[in-house]
Design a protein. Sequence first.
Length: 94
Amino acid sequence: MPKSAQLAPLFGIHVVDFNNDGNLDIVGVGNDYSPDPLTGQQDACIGVVMEGDGKNNFTSALLERTGFLVRGDAKAFATITTVENNIVYLITQN
């Protein structure tokens, strides 16, 4: 996995063609704000998009290009397809 996917725990991961190039991508959200006196919060994740090339290789896409930004203690990720055939991302936070 790209380094951007290893900065904090990922809890919500979804496989979708995020950039509409015909290849599946991995989109994830995470962080852990649970109290831990030894290590503290694990909060370096602002959301991650890993673009797939169709050959099981994934590279991290920059926020400036994707616009995908999720701050906070994100825990789950889901997609909904609207009647207009648009994809809506649902993300929950603790």
